[in-house]
Design a protein around this ligand. Sequence first.
Ligand code: NAD
Length: 496
Amino acid sequence: MKEWTARAGALAPEGRHFIDGRLVPSRSGATFDTVNPATGAVLAQVARGDGADVDAAVASAQAAWADRRWRGLAPRARMDILLRFADQIERHADELALTETLDMGKPISDVRSIDLPEVLRTIRYFAECIDKIEGAVTHTAPGSLHMIVHEPLGVVGAISPWNYPMLMAIWKVAPALAAGNCVVLKPSEQAPLSCVRMAQLFVDAGGPVGVFNVVNGLGPEAGKALALHPDVAKLTFTGSTAVGKLLLAYAGQSNMKRVALETGGKSPQIFFDDLYDLDAAVDRAIGGIYDNAGQVCNAGSRLLVQRGIHDAFLSRFTARTAALYRPGNPLDPATTLGPVVSAAHQRQVLARIAQAKGDGAHCAIGGAAPEGFGAGGAYVAPTLLSHTTAAMAINREEVFGPVASMMAFDTEDQAIALANDSVYGLAAAVWSADLKRAHRCVGALQAGVVWVNCFGDGDMTQPFGGYKQSGNSRDKHIDSLLSYMQGKSAWFNIAD
Ligand code: NAD
């Protein structure tokens, strides 16, 4: 930990915008503070962008689009630049990890073992896809030639959240760039610093200026201006369902831009009493809710447990959690649970726990801020609320913190009904040794991602996104790259 603490003292994070290849302050000169949630200390001043800064960034991206400096490159040349971009990120991995940990509170070992490797995999995957995109020549009558080609869209606006600041941004930026678009990214105001650094590294890797711009600022100011901008062809968003709904309205009020949404979740995990290995399943249930302090869109926050194993599950869960997730200093490589992103978020999470208790839930573990982290540390102890009912707010609303709720069920039909009783539909899991049953459940569950006898597993070939109010698009997978393109039909008269 000493090593990281010493390096943290030497870090000089950059909070300006990155527009047209340069770090620039806001035109208004306004800034806001970004705070280290482990201590409450101000980490950096960040440029508070508004419509004028967004206009400048979009104009830069539009100029890069117009003169074809990016989309006009041969696919292999674009691929080489993106591969060098990944190499640059790898070269600066420690600096980026430290920035992320201080800005967002995530344990440094998580950034180094999860976020950064996933960022590299994402950029390299989409870089490698570039020359695999194929159009079509359809069968037509003699005298005609019909081609369908994929073309990039133009300027893509990306608005990202704070829970995996680099990774959620790069899930958007990498396929958008690979497709040949120019990008303006508005990162979350809660943890913007690593995104500014990534945009600089893109240019260091040989990326043309203006192709990847970052505007910092608050959602209702810079974010809204980007969403309303008439020269943005597509808006791609990860964040809350409430903001996602606003973005659909902004698109309608402006230029009918495409809007891709990855939004909230309340993911159920169904544990049948015939599952293979209760101890292993409980450990995965614990990881499914306490990883990243529960600030994961697909967090397995609703634990549906068949009555035959309910009590054994509960006692194993309560006994194992402290061994697996202990709150600590995020700069300590042994820490597995950092603070939540801010003091304001800590208050919201604790209020939801208090409400659940008031509604009659039993607090089996946690339920409060742990002791020993000082007034500035935004920590929440890993919390399990058992004996809950479907009607309780704790089973209906996203908490986005280290808080699981547990419900007992008797039959498969009941489990499916409880699982689907949500406005969300991002992910779900089924634990059973009966593969016929698991297969039936996969068909019945209303979720974009379903795991069987595992949770959170996957790679770049897995499309990731939600049903219902969890969103309308998919990240990862080559389909995501194609979603940043549009099809053009070209019909030739080649008759003599
Ligand atoms: P948020 O919706 O508060 O903010 C997300 C982004 O939207 C930020 O950059 C914010 O500045 C911006 N924003 C806020 N108001 C805006 C407005 N009026 N106009 C334009 N932009 C605006 O979400 P958050 O708190 O940063 O992230 C947590 C949420 O993200 C959770 O609901 C979580 O489930 C969701 N999430 C979803 C996925 C997924 O893949 N489905 C992944 C990660 C997080």
